[in-house]
Design a protein around this ligand. Sequence first.
Ligand code: DLL
Length: 432
Amino acid sequence: MYFEKELETMPRGDLEKLQLNRLKSTLERVYHKVPFYKKSFNMKGITPDNISSLDDLHKLPFTLKTDLRDNYPFGLFAVPMDEVVRVHASSGTTGKPTVVGYTRDDINTWASLIARCLVIAGGTKGDMVQNAYGYGLFTGGLGLHYGAELLGATVVPVSGGNTARQLMLMEDFGSTILSCTPSYALMLAEEGHSQGIDFSKLPLKAGIFGAEPWSRRMQQQLEEKLNITALDIYGLSEVMGPGVAMECTAHEGSHIFEDHFIAEIIDPETGEALPYGEQGELVLTSLTKEAFPIIRYRTRDITSINPEPCSCGRTHVRMDRIKGRSDDMLIIRGVNVFPSQIESVLLEFGETEPYYLLVVDRQNTMDDLEIWVEISPQLFTDRVRGLEDLEHRLHARISSILGISARIKLVEPRTIPRSEGKAKRVIDKREI
Ligand code: DLL
């Protein structure tokens, strides 16, 4: 099932023609309407006329998160403010947020892409979507909301948090689709089980989880615990919000909606384009956005792209799960470490829960990694004597996966803080 079959299954030749036309008109608009782009194109000696094929894209300069900050709040908007019907913002760790804007047509496009995502998850107008992404400046809540309404489903705009109420509504309303971060879905599952809820008796059938990296194992675990099909939704506010890409039920990557975005993979060190299949940083260009078009945005997200046809019939390329962000990647004693690698290991072991915290410190000149791991309630009560053995096995497995040794600290069930939105998994105490 498709929401916009013709566009989702368009032959690649036609899709590329559509992309080129849309790219050209986007470039014309940004060049003439946004001083930042005129300046950055001029600095490379480029005008929109120099772009005559999709291969020419690499001639254009990248756009960075700092460019958004430098033009705070509305400096990169390409339409007058009276055409902007909504803004969103993402909070950075420091300083001012980055602000993005939408025209009425942008909101409609976004809703149609979310409707595509819901249909991929088996959604129809008969569904009840419990939307537990945060409402507000974050794009998750309102993004999912408008797409579900466009599809004609019933939206429960519960937003994040208040787990007891979420579970009550899920049971009483008979929610069929849950949307939230994977870490919050895990918390709902855990709370639900401890309250004695039998998810197999509820009508819940699908989960649309994203906004943070999560492993395939965590996905399988959520599918089991909640008795649903769990799918990965990807997006970022700078490029639109959720719905830039969506995993289909083949579970072999997420389709990037290429009629609206062009995706490239680059080497994060050199900025050079990498071929299909190679892992690097995802760079995205918008093709239809009016208020906030964006050219070659460096997402910092690490993935690879697969152009092979998909069994679901969609022709749009698929990206692999996001491994982490190039700026979240920890470099410990010179070795690259992504938190999601540790999550996968923990889920291999039945005795641990996928709640963990990486604590990085520097003793003299040596980096020190300590991994706090929550043990399962069962192990805690059953086999206190087995803990040392578990610690050794975890240590060996994690060292072999990461290529560096880390200290394991087993902690009691429910001691690592749960999150209602994006989980925080790293504490870096190094002063570099
Ligand atoms: O997180 C938009 C979103 C909302 C996506 C709801 C999915 C669902 P930002 O707050 O701007 O926007 O954060 C964007 O979150 O660059 C990735 O690093 C990360 N991210 C988003 N989706 C995924 C995913 C929203 N499925 C940043 N897997 C992105 C891994 C993801 N990381």
